[in-house]
Design a protein around this ligand. Sequence first.
Ligand code: IFM
Length: 476
Amino acid sequence: MPEPVTPVTFPPAFLWGAATSAYQIEGAVREDGRTPSIWDTFSHTPGKTAGGETGDIAVEHYHRYRDDVALMAELGLTAYRFSISWSRVQPTGRGPAVQRGLDFYRNLVDELLAHGIKPAVTLYHWDLPQELEDAGGWPERDTALRFAEYAQIVGDALGDRVEQWITLNEPWCSAFLGYGSGVHAPGRTDPAASLRAAHHLNLAHGLGTSALRATMPARNSVAVSLNSSVVRPLSQNPADLAAARRIDDLANGVFHGPMLHGAYPETLLAATSSVTDWSYVLDGDLAAINQPLDALGLNYYTPTLVSAAAASADGPRADGHGASSFSPWPGADDVAFHQTPGERTEMGWTIDPTGLHDLIMRYSGEAPGLPLYVTENGAAYDDKPDPDGRVHDPERIAYLHGHLSAVRRAITDGADVRGYYLWSLMDNFEWAYGYGKRFGAVYVDYATQARTPKSSALWYRQAARTGTLPPVTAAE
Ligand code: IFM
């Protein structure tokens, strides 16, 4: 007789969400007053994205949002996380807002609410208005002040109907892939600028949080979504442990230090002293960044395995963050990155749900009492429709089952996890990888824009409807 399997059941109020971001899905990049963001410029620069692909059309969500929301409702989602395109609502990154831009998001939110789906708004998912980059971008302090103004505009427009707010998505990518390794927009490769950018993103988060609070009802929740890394040493020898500590500071402490504890880790300041003097951290900045939060968002895909290595002129590689001869890890050229053993997704990222459990437990301890959300988790696979038109993705079902089970274990172990947002609702523009990597629970035929729920979407629907994970074979 096979062992009976204990059902994996979630608390009744647990949110079953999916996530997207503006540039990855909206298209309509020149409509209704929107101006270019750094991702428009970058994707139109030859050689920056696979096949020269851009978000010009993406999955036309700007025009199809009503159908997309109806599909979300059919799929049983109780929450939807999306981001606002800054240059759609404030084209120059400063000054007055464009009402047509805000109206798009008002209509989207109203549509979600009419379908009983809780909206969660991310203010910044990597698409800085190009005008602000031309003025210096995130390495410049003024960008943080501009972000606070933008937060106030959006908070004012949507604060009456959106309860869940996220200031920044994955500021690590904005700072270190955007200004360090250059594999993301704006494509700069300057280690000192990447640390300056990190500080000003932190400041933007703090000032933006205060701006939201000043304009919105007190019941609303403000959070940030960090792609905090689960950094593991290759061995327990002191050099490898020190390498892991260094990467942990650069991946995690650089953001959660000031945001949650009001200080940069001393070890980070020491390890980066040859790159920057941190003189741009002005009096009062740390207090401005260290705003009490209502929740913390965690994005998780795969762990990071490191060891000490001889310093290399080419910098560290194999860190899973795209091909560049420039490092996204300032001051850490003597750290080597290794592939964690195990099965991988189409991104080459090792599948390891224990990392998600570890991450949640870490932040449960790091920020006691703060509700946690998994604001992104998911996998890319080379999905293709069968001759019958259906898209079977058993690997994604197994991935989701494994990671949601890890979330449930963390709840059992005492973590206050309130919801999970699958990345992503539908296939979309995967940044420098273009459209080649499909993360969606819904398949998109890019030629016709037809949407087809994959078997993972049907599996997830059953989980959302019952609050219990179906067996991995359920939707096949
Ligand atoms: O597609 C991205 C998303 O925009 C941010 N987090 C990681 C996802 C997969 O790479």
